[in-house]
Design a protein. Structure first.
Length: 306
């Protein structure tokens, strides 16, 4: 089974055996660079490499390198990830690669065989897409005032968002660029003006925590359908607690409220990205019911791929 269609079908079957929440394998993009590799048993595997450059002052640059090469592997049921990554490395040798660059692969978290190949080639698990299905949760004692943020709350929302960005830059893929405050201010002002689902937790009238969220639809043809089961999902984009208030249960109270509100909006579950090297989020989010679905493997700069 060497055709792209055959590899996609076989890979979909493998995904289903790995994790029942995984959607079928994505069709390869038509505008990428195709790499292939032959295996000792005569089987072939393939992949499509896409190349993106993000404009200066774009919000994407706050969590991504400026230039990214991303591989969509098509290995079917074969154990050919190592061979495919070797061919990717050879392709990169033909490219001009600067410092603000990255190689990225999204792959099911439960595929430990592929994980070994990623590690051997210098990729590290910087981010995880975690999911939580809708489920009843016991009420928590409330020691805070939690409310929807409005455009008048831009300053505290910005302060909390930047605090999370700065902390995450030490333990994940985010980058505190010189224009981070201006870029965040503009994006958050738009979201608040559009009444996006953003909540503030207050203690004695002072904002101590933020939950910036969104509603995402995973339907055929949407970007979300590549990563999530079908349905309406709550996206927990950013949860931030002021440094001096961490460890006191504020985040747990806020997230419990957010789950309740997002479920009230008709979501089947919620998802988010967290950084496994982060000593706070790697413990906090599993305690709130999240578990890994996809791992984002990354190496910076792109030339460091082995």
């Amino acid at each position: 089974m060497t055709s792209a269609r055959g590899l996609v079908a076989a890979q979909s079957a493998r995904f289903a055996s790995l994790d029942p929440l995984l959607p079928p394998a994505a069709e390869p993009p038509v505008d990428g660079h195709v790499v292939t590799a032959a295996l000792p048993d005569g089987a072939r595997v393939a992949g499509v490499v896409s190349h993106q450059s993000f404009e200066p002052h774009s919000i994407t640059r706050l969590w991504s390198a400026a230039e990214v090469w991303e591989l969509l592997p098509l290995v079917g049921t074969a154990q050919g990830m190592d061979a495919l990554l070797t061919r990717w490395r050879e392709h990169l040798d033909t490219q001009e690669i600067g410092e603000d660059t990255a190689c990225v692969v999204h792959w099911p978290s439960r595929d430990t065989v592929a994980a070994r190949a990623f590690l051997d080639h210098g990729l590290v698990p910087l981010s995880v897409l975690g999911v939580r299905l809708r489920a009843p949760q016991p009420p928590l004692p409330r020691t805070l005032t939690i409310r929807r943020a409005t455009p008048h709350d831009l300053e505290p929302v910005l302060e909390l968002s930047l605090a999370e960005l700065e902390y995450s830059s030490s333990v994940g893929s985010t980058v505190v660029r010189p224009d981070a405050a201006a870029v965040k201010r503009h994006a958050l002002a738009e979201r608040l003006a559009n009444a996006s689902p953003i909540w503030l937790a207050e203690r004695d009238g002072i904002a101590v925590a933020l939950a910036e969220c969104a509603i995402v639809s995973s339907e055929p043809g949407t970007a979300a359908a590549v990563r999530l089961p079908r349905g309406r999902w709550g996206y927990v984009n950013c949860v931030s607690v002021l440094p001096g208030a961490r460890g006191s249960g504020i985040g747990q109270q806020l997230v419990a409220h957010v789950h309740q509100e997002l479920h009230r909006m008709g979501t089947v579950g919620t998802y988010l990205y967290y950084n496994p090297p982060n000593p706070l989020s790697s413990v906090f989010w599993p305690r709130q019911g999240y578990r890994p679905l996809w791992t984002v493997w990354e190496v910076r700069p792109a030339s460091a791929l082995r």
